[in-house]
Design a protein around this ligand. Structure first.
Ligand SMILES: [Ca+2]
Length: 310
């Protein structure tokens, strides 16, 4: 009889501890939920948008399915896509005339384009152009300015946008997460940056450009550019491209292509923006936010969001 009583007591204890554990778990979940809600409430839910102000209009080759754009020593360098039509070009900004052109093999779909020092010990020495391919797992390197092919390098996953900052490259692949590559070896550094507006992931990051420490990204299929804080991944500002779209023919394709001209607009700097097969390349005033480097600790970068990883 005493054995039965002991067994019953054990069962009651076990049931009681199970109920306690469940209550503890529920309490924990509730606390976690509260913490998450508090974190999300602390984050800005929507970044402000600012319409771009057009400074000038330049001709743009209408056969250029623009995937990457940059400005270097007074010339535009442009990567174009589509199988059988992909190319790398150097063009004259004033006339849009193609000064040099290198066509890609038909099996390659050109994507983002960046310019980096060819030797990390000589940042002002020779530069090399790095052109992404979309799904072919290759990065193509060329000499600037003559577009002479130099080498080919492996790329994991898809390539969409590319931009160089000193010794590293930011790479987009159509997701909300940027990867970083070593500018010399072109190997992944392991660092990533998840781009968010408040708590919302910002997907389809495409063509990229660094401007005074800020990272700018076209969003595929949208007429707006995200200005991204490089440490937190938070969108600090949206650049609304509606003023450009209003000047284009109906049905003009996606906005894509960002270059930075630090000397334009009487030294205030300007952005050079275009799109796939657009007839015009616009220069637009540099937004005030981009005239200064991003703050070290962004007001948007609430601790604990884990936006920057390494
Ligand atoms: Ca660019």
């Amino acid at each position: 009889m005493r054995l039965w009583a002991a067994a019953l007591l054990c069962l009651l204890c076990a049931a009681s501890s199970t109920v306690s554990a469940q209550a503890e778990r529920l309490g924990q979940a509730e606390r976690l939920g509260q913490a998450e809600r508090a974190t999300q409430a602390a984050l800005p839910q929507a970044a402000s948008a600012q319409a771009v102000v057009i400074l000038s209009r330049l001709p743009h080759q209408q056969d250029a399915f623009t995937q990457g754009l940059l400005l270097h020593k007074g010339a535009f360098y442009e990567s174009t896509g589509l199988y059988g039509q992909s190319s790398l070009r150097r063009t004259d900004p004033a006339t849009g005339r193609v000064l040099a052109r290198r066509n890609l093999p038909r099996r390659l779909f050109g994507e983002g384009l960046a310019l980096c020092s060819a030797d990390q010990h000589r940042p002002d020495g020779p530069q090399r152009l790095l052109q992404l391919t979309w799904r072919e797992g290759l990065i193509l390197a060329y000499a600037a300015p003559d577009l002479r092919p130099l080498s080919q390098h492996a790329l994991r996953g898809q390539g969409w946008g590319l931009a160089c900052q000193g010794t590293r490259l930011a790479l987009s692949d159509g997701t909300d997460t940027l990867r970083f590559l070593d500018a010399q070896s072109l190997a992944e550094t392991g660092e990533t940056l998840r781009v968010r507006e408040g708590a919302r992931p910002v997907e389809r990051l495409n063509e990229l450009e660094w401007v005074n420490g800020w990272l700018l990204a076209n969003i595929w299929g949208e007429d707006r550019i995200a200005v991204i804080h490089p440490a937190s991944g938070q969108v600090a500002l949206w650049l609304d491209l509606a003023p450009l779209r209003r000047e284009l023919a109906p049905g003009a394709e996606a906005a894509n292509g960002i270059a930075y001209d630090a000397n334009a607009d009487a030294g205030r700097g300007a952005l050079c923006l275009t799109g796939k097969r657009w007839s015009t390349l616009f220069t637009v005033a540099l937004p005030a936010l981009l005239r200064q480097p991003p703050p070290k600790a962004s007001a948007c970068a609430t601790s604990g969001t884990g936006q920057a990883e390494s």
